[in-house]
Design a protein around this ligand. Structure first.
Ligand code: FUB
Length: 448
């Protein structure tokens, strides 16, 4: 089947936007919704395979309050700061076995074996409900060729594949209302051996879905979203074998403060640091079926248990001093006098602003890369209805002043430029502090 015109246009737009589509802070992708991120390291880079929430198009006939997903993009980054959108890789109209009007291309995975990339994805089949299919490529970004049939003997969603140290491959997936299952994959990666087994010893009350499995130091970690209370949180179980038996251990990520019902995720080691990729509803505060992917650092205790991840706005990528530093993605802020809101509530993809409303209120933004420290000026986009001022300081609240910006009275955004002082070399934290009583809104700051 041929991709639809919308897909061709979306792919072109994605190509054009790829320089600005994604950022170092959370959420990672600003120009579109993204969910269910499976992150993998291929060819020395991180590739993220999310699913793709969209607003329901006019032809959509399903539940209006539900997930609407017609295709998949893939994103890559070498430094966790600059993300490239490789465009659409698989669509519901491009797979023989999928119902082309179901809009149910849910959480995928991708693994590499013997020179090929295998992209596993769940979708509503023309016959038989939710099935799991495979598309194969020579490169991590495609082009992917979908197999004509879904994996025989598997009905379910949220596939994830573990290739063990001995080369054996295992497919894990969820079946709504039943729990999580595992099956051994044949060496062709397209079929399972025998019948899938339901994984025992997991929570029996509350939905379980979205498994992710990895091995570290001989421990197999099965991590999964589970509704223990009202919405999903991330929990995990461990085993000494990929097939179990697993033992429940604890919680990796608490329920989202935003109330986002789902929290699909993946975990990986990249250049010696472990990361949790997950999603929340940053760009859609009142509809949690339009989600956005995030990443935060994850740490293990010496005994192999996982420390709880504290979700951040700051995310994980270094931010270059010369970029438009979005201080609304702060690392910390003063208890009072700082509020974050959308620049334009009608277009959340435009991002946020920071409103300072009290003298000495501040935000700290970690890990700004000043490089060789050659920046000469501070440029800001700001607005102060009654006139106001703020200072940029290095490393500490009372650290060296890098610049002081006076913002003239007015209700329009202004770009102001002042000379920069004492610009350091290397990576430093940045403090932005309101000076005096005049309230100031800041969109971004930049060192040029
Ligand atoms: O994205 C649709 C579904 O929501 C996924 O398959 C689940 O894991 C949940 O995130």
């Amino acid at each position: 089947m041929k991709p639809s015109l919308r897909h061709l246009m979306a792919a072109t737009v994605a190509g054009l936007l790829q320089a600005t589509a994604a950022v170092a802070t959370n959420p990672l992708i600003m120009d579109q919704f993204s969910a269910d991120p499976t992150a993998r390291v291929f060819e020395g880079k991180i590739y993220v395979y999310p699913s793709h929430d969209i607003k329901a198009p006019p032809e959509y006939k399903g539940r209006p309050d539900w997930f609407v997903m017609e295709d998949y993009h893939v994103f890559s980054s070498e430094n966790l700061t600059d993300w490239k959108d490789h465009g659409v890789i698989v669509t519901q109209t491009g797979v023989e076995w999928t119902n082309p009007t179901a809009y149910a291309m849910w959480a995928p995975d991708c693994v590499f074996r013997d020179g090929k990339y295998y992209f596993y994805f769940p979708a509503t089949a023309k016959v038989g409900g939710m099935k799991i299919g495979v598309a194969v490529a020579d490169k991590p970004y495609g082009p992917f060729k979908p197999m004509p049939n879904p994996i025989e003997g598997v009905s379910g969603l949220d596939p994830v594949v573990l290739i063990d140290k001995d080369g054996s491959a295992y497919l894990y997936y969820a079946t709504a209302g039943k729990g999580l299952s595992v099956a051994r994959l044949k060496p062709n990666m397209l079929e399972i051996e025998g019948t899938p087994a339901l994984i025992d010893n997991l929570p029996t009350k509350g939905l379980l879905e979205g498994p992710f499995v990895f091995e570290k130091n001989g421990i197999y970690y099965l991590t999964y979203p589970h509704v223990e209370n009202r919405i999903e949180r991330l929990e995990y179980a461990t085993s000494t074998s990929p097939m179990g038996p697993f033992k429940q251990v604890g919680v990796i990520l608490d329920e989202s403060e935003s109330g986002c019902w789902t929290v699909h995720h993946s975990i990986l080691d990249y250049k010696g640091q472990w990361y949790l990729f997950y999603h929340d509803r940053d760009l859609s505060p009142s509809f949690d079926k339009n989600r956005s992917i995030r990443a935060d650092k994850l740490f293990f205790n010496a005994d192999g248990t996982i420390r709880k991840v504290i979700p951040t706005l700051r995310g994980v990528g270094l931010v270059e001093a010369k970029s438009q530093i979005q201080i609304d993605r702060y690392s910390a802020k003063s208890g009072e006098g700082v509020a974050i809101s959308y620049l334009d509530a009608a277009n959340t993809h435009a991002g946020w602003k920071t409103a300072f409303s009290a003298a000495n209120s501040w935000v700290r933004f970690n890990e700004v890369d000043f490089g060789r420290g050659a920046q000469k000026s501070v440029e800001v986009r700001a607005m102060a209805p009654g006139g106001g001022a703020f200072e940029l300081r290095l490393d500490k609240q009372d650290g060296p002043v890098l610049g002081r910006v006076e913002v003239g009275q007015g209700t329009e955004w202004k770009i102001a430029t002042v000379a920069a002082k004492k610009i350091p070399k290397g990576v430093h934290d940045l403090f932005v502090t309101q000076v005096g009583a005049g309230a100031v809104d800041v969109d971004w700051v930049s060192f040029r």
